[in-house]
Ligand binder design. Structure first.
Ligand code: ZN
Length: 146
């Protein structure tokens, strides 16, 4: 179980999603996961929490990535007909989805800066990734140009 809430950064810290530092006084999302772990020689389970921080804009990106890695399954789907990511490729898939998110982010920055060459270059890289992602399971529908 993870709780996510919006907050202000109190001190400089690391974003879970991107390499940029999180600066004090900026808007962030905080996440907290409650964990329970028990080793053989412990009489009771040990409880602890893991905390995460994201830039305000980074959390939706990570969430989108997660949803892409775990595509929507209709509750009324016919058994045996669904297309899911192959479990052994899940890790590779998440890595590719993360790279795609980074490229998309850089492409938006390049577009804002009016750097058309960069936008085109990044578009090619994104297309390459689509092929690689397709090898691990369904390609997120958001990626397919209309
Ligand atoms: Zn970030």
């Amino acid at each position: 179980m993870m709780d996510i809430w919006a907050s202000w950064a109190k001190r400089k810290s690391k974003c879970r999603f991107c390499p940029e530092p999180v600066l004090p006084g900026t808007r962030i999302f905080r996440g907290k996961i409650w964990m329970k772990r028990q080793t053989g020689d412990e009489p009771t389970p040990r409880r602890f929490t893991i905390k995460y921080i994201w830039h305000f804009a980074c959390y939706p990106r990570e969430a989108n990535m997660w949803l892409d890695a775990h595509p929507y399954e209709s509750v009324s789907h016919k058994p045996g007909r669904r297309v899911v990511a192959k479990p052994e490729l899940q890790e590779e898939r998440v890595k590719l989805l993360k790279r795609h998110a980074t490229l998309a982010h850089r492409q938006r920055s390049a577009a804002l800066a009016g750097n058309v060459e960069k936008v085109v270059e990044l578009e090619f890289k994104k297309q390459d990734l689509i092929t690689q992602v397709a090898a691990t399971g369904p390609v997120p529908t958001r990626w397919i140009p209309k």
